[in-house]
Ligand binder design. Structure first.
Ligand code: ADP
Ligand code: ZN
Ligand code: ZN
Length: 750
């Protein structure tokens, strides 16, 4: 029911603005906050969200709402609050923020698919008689009847397959009154035919007990709070989540569990399904039908627990008591298109609206979350030991500068790693090898003139993919034939250097021909279930060596893996990104955590050209606190997060000069917002705490024929950062010549 003459409507555009529309008398009882409406916008009709009702508008001639889509509000007032926060914090449109709340299949609505079910007519004559009456004149129909008689009921495609009949034969049979044809709605249940054996609580370890008690108490208090669960790999964090959720359900509330997409395996889902009855799952590999069913199940109150990837933070649950973010440090919680939100941070805001508890779990927490425990904003509980006091694996660092083939260049596999692999494999144990670079060779150059082959549209060197016989840009995915001669000097001496997973696979197969190797990267794992199939094969022991990119580093729990080899620890450490050390440390700890999970123990070998780098030395001693202390010092010195706060503004367009000009123009506006008229800086800050870095060409200067310039805005707090960004809030972001993108709290700086 509308209390107000006008509706405030937001649209999916990068502008934080509410548009007023007139509510025609026929819709007065239908327009409500949280419902979707169809409205005219320019020359088009678009879908928007009603976010408010008002009696006052300074617009003279308001247009009418054309249609009200929802019968009940699809978004609660709490969720609208979360969206408002997102729009303000990330500088996106409120409509853009709301767009990500509903899965696209829910927005467009799913058409029910029906299928013909064919049944034998039971009354009247027997099948034998039917067949004998038509056998001569209509042999195909007779054959179809015979097939049907065996099962009694069948779908048309199945029948067509068995008896090679066409739809006309079926129609004739129906006309004769021998069969019936019914349209039945196809369902696609997510857990069809699956049985989940119920499990009960483990008797928790002492450390787990402390964590569980703390979280349960916070849940009972129903006060907003955040707990960081800092637990080494294999310390049983999931068991802590499960027991905390069980308390939430007992109290009649609900829980959301976010895990990185790659960890959303059937095993993970099973751990929740086998403990709780009403679990819904939201992730990208569901079919549209399943996603829609799951979402509506949640919306209709049929789920107590939602397990999902990033966007499950918007799950339409009521009465949320607990939100768990597993592997909270993962970059995948940050969305890299607008709205550029981080689900971890959104979870804290949503929990504030729900008076709920947030548990952030990780073996290697983000420095932001760790810092928040240091200053008392979050509480921290630690699981120092693995379950059953199994020791963390020994980590050995190999200095690759010393591994040289008698003067003929670098070795990709050190003698020590090769020897350790032999030893491990001969005991029928398994090896995990991490190489965070796909393709055959990441670097193609000319022996004569040194020309390096780059993508024609991006400023990125191309990677040679052998099986595809192509060179591919890993940025825009453009493919080109492999050059036979240098494009610059026409010399035939093209050289392929460096190792990607494809080349490493060849090399290892050649050295370990008697063992089974599986390569796992985004080139080999294209199918819907390929990831899962590969892991099952590895679990069964059909595979001895699993070689892969970082997709093998996360969450796997295989007791028979006793050796982990990191072929190059240096793929991230040298990137121009202030989080490069943190990311390196996290990846090494994660992959190291895949071994030593049984009584057989485990060992990790890290190959690197930077053996003294602190991200590697601290990872080798499993010393998170040591790393965090050192890294925080560095961040404090340069005033990077979590001390300073950053936003990145990227401008791109076809003409470098236009982009450069726009970038300077934006920089000037931002600087004007920082430098006050009396010569002082915003909020009395010193020059090292607030400012604009750039404009400069982005580290990747060109992507898909677009030139890119960027600026980094730095301030002491998000509040001041926002004040500065306000000065460019109303710039046209989608101009034809130059497009602008604002990323608050960026995770990608390339
Ligand atoms: P993490 O997520 O911290 O790496 P998991 O939750 O995956 O660790 O637990 C590691 C293993 O220990 C799992 O196989 C789990 O079933 C087992 N486990 C967890 N808690 C207990 C417990 N209290 N007693 C026995 N086994 C446990
Ligand atoms: Zn050349
Ligand atoms: Zn490219």
């Amino acid at each position: 029911m509308a209390y107000g003459k006008f509706a405030e409507v937001v649209l999916d555009i990068p502008l934080n603005k509410k548009f007023h529309y007139n509510i025609p008398p026929s819709f007065v009882n239908q327009v409500e906050i949280g419902k979707r409406v169809k409205v005219p916008f320019g020359r088009r009709t678009v879908v928007g969200y009603c976010v408010g009702l008002t009696n006052i508008s300074d617009v003279k001639t308001l247009k009418d709402i054309i249609h009200v889509i929802d019968t009940t509000p699809i978004l609660s007032s709490k969720m609208l609050g979360v969206a408002e926060w997102m729009a303000n914090f990330y500088f996106c449109g409120l409509g853009e923020a709301l767009e990500s709340f509903l899965p696209s299949v829910v927005k467009k609505g799913i058409k029910s698919r029906t299928i013909n079910v064919i049944r034998l007519c039971k009354d009247g004559i027997s099948v034998k008689e039917m067949i004998s009456t038509i056998k001569k004149r209509a042999p195909i129909q007779a054959r179809a009847l015979e097939a049907l008689a065996e099962v009694g009921e069948i779908t048309f495609p199945e029948l067509a397959n068995i008896s090679k009949c066409k739809m006309d034969s079926v129609n004739r049979l129906r006309d004769r009154g021998f069969i019936t044809l019914d349209k039945v709605e196809v369902s696609d249940p997510l857990f069809a035919g699956k049985h989940f054996k119920k499990t009960v609580h483990f008797s928790s370890t002492e450390e787990q007990e402390v964590a569980i008690r703390l979280i349960k108490r916070k849940v009972r208090e129903r006060k907003h709070s955040v707990v960081l669960l800092k637990g080494v790999t294999g310390s049983g964090k999931t068991e802590v989540y499960l027991q905390a959720i069980s308390e939430v359900i007992t109290l009649g509330m609900k829980a959301i569990v976010l895990v990185p997409e790659i960890s959303l395996t059937p095993q993970t889902i099973e751990r929740f399904k086998s403990r709780f009855d009403r679990v819904a799952v939201l992730h990208s590999s569901l079919t549209e039908r399943q996603r829609s069913d799951q979402w509506w199940d949640i919306k209709n109150g049929n789920a107590d627990v939602v397990v999902g990837a990033r966007s499950a933070i918007f799950a339409p649950l009521e009465d949320v008591g607990l939100i768990v973010i597993d592997e909270e440090h993962e970059n995948t919680f940050k969305q890299d298109t607008s709205p550029r939100y981080n689900a971890r941070d959104v979870s804290v805001v949503r929990a504030a609206y729900e008076n709920a508890v947030v548990v952030l779990g990780s073996a290697t927490p983000s420095l932001e979350s760790f810092y928040n425990t240091e200053i008392g904003k979050y509480e921290c509980v630690t699981l120092k030991n693995r379950v059953g006091h199994k020791p963390l694996p020994r980590v050995e660092v190999i200095d690759m500068r010393r591994e040289i083939f008698g003067g003929k260049g670098q070795k990709p596999i050190s003698d020590y790693l090769e020897l350790s692999m032999k030893e491990c494999l001969s005991k029928k144990e398994q090896v995990l090898l991490l190489l965070n670079r796909r393709g055959f060779s990441p670097f193609i150059s000319c022996r004569r003139c040194g020309f390096v082959l780059k993508c024609k549209r991006c400023d990125i060197s191309l990677t040679y993919h052998k099986k595809k016989e192509a060179v591919i840009c890993h940025y825009c995915f453009a493919e080109e034939p492999v050059p036979r001669e240098c494009p610059d000097c026409c010399s035939p001496g093209i050289r392929f250097t460096g190792f990607g997973t494809e080349r490493m696979e060849e090399l290892i197969r050649a050295r370990f021909p008697q063992y089974n190797l599986l390569r796992m990267d985004s080139d080999t794992m294209r199918g819907r279930d390929s990831h899962e199939k590969a892991l099952s094969a590895f679990r069964r022991g059909d595979i001895d060596i699993l070689l892969g990119t970082q997709m093998i580093a996360k969450g796997l729990d295989f007791p028979n893996v006793t050796l982990v080899g990191v072929l190059s620890a240096d793929t991230i450490v040298n990137l121009p990104d202030f989080r490069a050390s943190e990311k390196t440390f996290q990846l090494l700890c994660q992959v190291a955590g895949r071994t030593g999970r049984s009584a057989k123990g485990g060992k990790v070998i890290v190959q690197t050209y930077n053996p003294e780098h602190y991200s590697i030395t601290y990872a080798a001693t499993h010393d998170y606190d040591g790393f965090a202390k050192k890294e925080l010092e560095y961040r404090k010195q340069l005033y990077y997060p979590p001390y300073g706060r950053l936003a990145r503004v990227v401008l791109r367009g076809k003409k470098d000069l236009d982009v450069k000009e726009k970038a300077s123009n934006i920089a000037e506006k931002l600087m004007n917002a920082i430098k006050l008229s009396d010569g002082s800086l915003l909020a009395g800050l010193r020059k090292d705490k607030v400012g604009v870095l750039g404009p400069a060409p982005a580290p990747i200067v060109r992507v898909k024929d677009n030139y890119r310039w960027h600026l980094i805005v730095k301030a002491d707090s998000f509040k001041n950062l926002h004040t500065i960004l306000k000065s460019i809030e109303n710039e046209n972001r989608n101009s034809k010549k130059v497009q602008m993108m604002i990323d608050v709290d960026p995770y990608m700086l390339l």
